[in-house]
Design a protein around this ligand. Structure first.
Ligand SMILES: [Zn+2]
Length: 380
């Protein structure tokens, strides 16, 4: 990698292999940037002098990667990890904190993380008012749910909040069952915002959860390896899952400590072609093992036979559309120049899923350079 760290109004990224999810394919071409936005290379050249050239030496260039599920709220939860460590330093330009914060402590997330990070940090607001700040059974007490009035108020004032989070597993909801999701549904409908629903160990069961989800909602941990998941005993999607996909519900990986199984995704891949998003559910305890990073998670999917274009789409256009982002996840001229540059680390590497299953691969993505708003904010 050559090129200086200087910030220039006019930049050209040279000699990259560009993966443009909207155009398809991988092509060697240059990328222009003017004043923090993607620009036609001809328009940059027309400026004549004072152009900052960055030679990326055959590395891949893609829209900045988006991780829809992370936990970065260090001050209020014990699991929060440093945002830039899992963001720009891993080639991820936008991360979405998935429910660490709720109505009562969102301001602290904003003050201590969102406004302090070079990574763009967005949030799914937990329907529980303390988020994960008061333990991990946050939906067990119905008096602790955010009201519709509170939700309207906070969504109106906080543009970084992109949706709601509800964790629907037995240990979280306790005696409440499906009730917290019904309440989340009412709030989401009034706000026209998506719900990210975590699935795990029942109850509630998926045949209660999925019918409550609609176009634009996101099911994270979709490919976990626990009992009562998206697949039946024959390895096909359960009826409610098929219907949810048909309605436009999005599956999301949400790797996490215990929520990603190669076997589940392999079976899904054998019979279904619906696109999904790839996210990490990264936090302090799974950063070393088994999650690692978004690129490592993407590498696991490459090892399962997904193509490079597919895994890049899953963290760019797919993720951006899921939360209504138009400036991110794209290489369209005139949009914000958030760019991820990466190579392959060509050495046999063992990649483990949440079930302890190991795949050995030579193709591991490695971040080389991260650009936010047209500026180099990280380089290897
Ligand atoms: Zn999570």
């Amino acid at each position: 990698m050559k090129g200086s760290e200087c910030v220039s109004y006019y930049t050209i990224l040279q000699n990259g292999l560009v993966i443009d999810p909207e155009k398809g394919g991988i092509e060697r071409r240059d990328i222009g940037i003017i004043d923090g936005q993607l620009a036609d290379v001809k328009d940059v050249l027309a400026q004549g002098i004072n152009i900052h050239y960055i030679n990326v030496d055959g590395a891949y260039i893609a829209p900045g990667f988006i991780d829809l599920h992370v936990h970065v709220f260090k001050d209020a939860t014990t699991l929060g990890i440093e945002a830039d460590l899992v963001g720009i330093e891993q080639g991820v330009t936008t991360i979405v904190d998935a429910g660490s914060a709720g109505y009562d402590n969102y301001q602290l997330l904003k003050d201590t993380v969102i406004q302090q990070s070079q990574t763009e940090v967005l949030a799914f607001l937990n329907i529980a008012r303390q988020g994960l700040g008061a333990g991990l059974s946050e939906l067990a007490d119905p008096t602790q749910l955010m009201t519709l009035e509170e939700a309207k108020e906070i969504f109106a004032h906080e543009p970084q909040i992109v949706g709601l989070k509800a964790r629907m597993s037995g240990s979280v909801v306790k005696e409440q069952g499906i009730a917290p999701l019904k309440h989340t549904r009412l709030v989401a409908d009034a706000l026209h915002k998506p719900i990210m629903v975590h699935i795990g160990n029942p109850p509630p069961y998926l045949n209660e959860i999925f019918p409550l989800l609609t176009k634009g909602d996101i099911i994270t941990h979709a490919f976990h390896g626990k009992k009562h998941g998206i697949l039946n005993e024959q390895g096909y999607l359960i009826e409610e899952a098929i219907k949810a996909l048909q309605r436009g519900v999005l599956f999301d990986v949400g790797h996490g400590t215990s929520s990603f199984s190669y076997e589940t995704l392999r079976k899904f891949k054998t019979s279904y072609t619906q696109p999904f998003s790839i996210s990490t559910d990264i936090y302090i305890n799974n950063y070393d093992n088994p999650v690692g990073s978004l690129m490592l998670t993407m590498s696991k999917l490459l090892a399962l036979g997904f193509t490079l274009e597919e895994v890049v789409r899953a963290v760019t256009i797919q993720a951006a559309e899921a939360i209504g982002l138009t400036e991110q996840g794209t290489l369209k001229i005139g949009t914000r120049a958030d760019i991820t540059i990466f190579t392959f680390h060509d050495k046999p590497t063992n990649l483990v899923d949440s079930e302890g299953v190991v795949l050995t691969t030579n193709r591991v993505l490695q971040p080389q350079m991260t650009i936010r708003n047209g500026k180099v904010v990280f380089r290897q």
